[in-house]
Each structure stands twice: as structure tokens, then as C-alpha cells.
Design a binder for this molecule. Structure first.
Ligand code: PDD
Length: 287
């Protein structure tokens, strides 16, 4: 049985419902977070809660909970869910109201927390890498907000599913922004490159962890715009997200990246990421 949290109480998923006039349903008027949980410890919880606050600010919705309240709701959700490794999905919408684009006069936000069964990518996938396609980034100009209005991302992601691929890498005005549900890194001539945070991409929590680990492990890196030619000529391409951790992309639009296998910089980063994750799980590093 899956236990969820909805507006003040924990209850079985099957018994949960929201009014059809909820603005999350009518307009996609809400924001969300996906927080990985390893050995029952939420990973980078405070960073996720800070990003939630930024998303709420971005859509002008008051945060219904303090950080401490969020923390206890999340900790309780983790306790009630099965599995040592899992994930927490949380969503806040502008709640129910008349069908009018303008905000309702009185806002009663809907707060929903759903445990997810997240399993880190299987070793075979890590060793083989994944295929990706590219597409024009046709989303809005506030991709830094983790909004539940995901239709463009949904359509872009489906393009890669239709092509039998794991992700769609997005190019806007000739530059790499991110993936349909991930951030993207490139290794060019041994140098790890990451696109700078801006309104054109989600500031990924995993992205931050990868850059921190690069600094810590002396992996040469730079944060700067990456153009399409650099992406296509790259020796390595990676995607990162809370659900997929760090994964190598080994073909792009049917052509191999580098020698078509996960590269040496990826293998170093993957090992560093796993070490870090395990030290957090054992309580030896800050989550
Ligand atoms: N998505 N960019 C986009 C568009 C994303 O949807 C995600 C993650 C990321 C990576 O962010 P993070 O490292 O904080 O997970 C980047 C989540 C997992 C999702 O929508 O399910």
C-alpha cells in the first residue's frame, strides 16, 4: 500500500482525490520537486527545499510550509514508504478556484507528497551508456522554475522514446541548454564543460553535486555556454538527474559520441558520485 500526504493528512493513495477545479489540474499552475532517498536519508534535502522556495517565488505562490515542516513531512513520508532507496515527489499547486487565468482572491494551496520507487540506474546501463537524440528547445523562457506545466518536456521526452532513446538533448539558438528531464555535461579535449545556470535550464541539484565533485577530485572543468558543434564533436556527453544520477550518453542522433563507450572522465565522476553517496548514507558526509 502506498501512503501519500495530501493537505494535512497521510492516507492511502487509492483514497486520495483533489477537486476538479484545482488549478494544478486546470492550468498546470504549480511547482514540484523530486528528492532521491538513499538508505532512508533524503539526499540534499535543504538544496531541494531551497529550489522549491525559488520555484514558488517564481510563480508568486506563498510557501505553505516552513523548512522544518517540510522536513518532518518528508521524513514521515519516507518512514511510511517501502524500500531503503526511494524518492519523494512533492507538489504544490495554487489550489482550487473558479476557471479564470487570474489568481483566485483567496488561495488555498494543494500540497501533495508521493513516495516514488526510484532505483539508481542498473550497472549494465552505467557500463553501456545510453542513446540520445537532439531537438530544438521550444519551451518557455522560465525553465529555471520546476513547474508542473511539463507539456513541452513531455513532448520532447516522447521524441526520444519514439526513437528508442533514453533522453532528448535540447538546443536553443545553437547552444545546449539541458535534457528534457536532465542536465547535460560535455567533455571536450579532456575538459568537463557545463552550461551556466540561467533562465533556460533547471538548476539541477545533481548538476551542483557533479561540479562540487569535479572541484574536489581535481577534474578540470569550466562552466560556459556549449554550442552545437562542441556537443557533436565531444569526447563524452553525460546526463544528470535525481533519478538517473550520472549517466553517459554514447550515441547522439545515431552517431557515436567519442568511441561510443562511456569515457574515462565519466568513469571517474561515476565512482566519485557513488563514493560520495555512500558516505552520505553512512552519515560520514553531510547529505
Ligand atoms: N527532473 N532539467 C530538467 C528539465 C529536469 O526535469 C530535471 C530533473 C533536471 C535535473 O535536476 P535534478 O538533478 O535536481 O534532479 C534538469 C526530475 C527528476 C523529474 O522531473 O522527474
Amino acid at each position: 500500500m502506498t501512503t501519500i500526504y495530501l493537505n494535512g493528512r497521510f492516507l492511502p493513495l487509492e483514497e486520495a482525490s483533489i477537486p476538479v477545479m484545482d488549478r494544478g489540474f486546470l492550468f498546470g499552475d504549480g511547482v514540484y520537486e523530486v528528492i532521491p532517498v538513499y538508505s532512508r536519508r533524503p539526499f540534499r534535502l535543504h538544496e531541494h527545499l531551497d529550489r522549491l522556495q525559488a520555484s514558488l517565488d517564481g510563480i508568486r505562490l506563498a510557501n505553505p510550509h516552513t523548512a522544518q515542516e517540510w522536513e518532518s513531512l518528508i521524513v514521515r513520508s519516507v518512514e511510511l514508504a517501502e524500500g531503503e532507496d526511494q524518492g519523494i515527489y512533492l507538489q504544490v499547486t495554487r489550489g482550487p478556484g473558479p476557471r479564470d487565468h487570474a489568481f483566485p482572491n483567496t488561495v488555498q494551496p494543494t500540497v501533495f507528497i508521493l513516495p516514488l520507487r526510484i532505483t539508481p540506474p542498473a550497472r549494465e546501463l552505467v557500463d553501456s551508456g545510453v542513446a540520445a537524440i537532439s531537438a530544438a528547445d521550444n519551451r518557455w523562457l522560465r525553465c529555471d522554475i520546476k513547474s508542473t506545466s511539463l507539456l513541452p518536456n513531455v513532448l520532447l521526452r516522447q521524441l526520444s522514446v519514439d526513437a528508442g532513446c533514453a533522453e532528448t538533448l535540447l538546443l536553443r539558438d545553437g547552444f545546449l541548454s539541458e535534457g528534457s528531464a536532465s542536465n547535460v555535461f560535455v567533455v571536450a579535449n579532456g575538459l568537463l564543460l557545463a552550461p551556466p545556470k540561467s533562465n533556460l535550464m533547471l538548476p539541477g541539484i545533481t548538476y551542483d553535486v557533479v561540479l562540487e565533485l569535479a572541484r574536489e577530485h581535481g577534474i578540470a572543468h569550466a562552466v560556459r555556454p556549449i554550442d552545437e558543434a562542441e556537443l557533436r564533436a565531444a569526447g563524452e556527453v553525460w546526463i544528470t538527474s535525481s533519478t538517473r544520477e550520472v549517466l553517459a550518453v554514447t550515441t547522439l542522433d545515431g552517431r557515436p559520441i567519442g568511441d561510443g563507450r562511456p569515457g574515462p572522465v565519466f568513469r571517474r565522476m561515476y565512482a566519485a558520485y557513488q563514493d560520495y553517496k555512500h558516505s552520505v548514507m553512512r552519515g560520514k558526509a553531510l547529505p
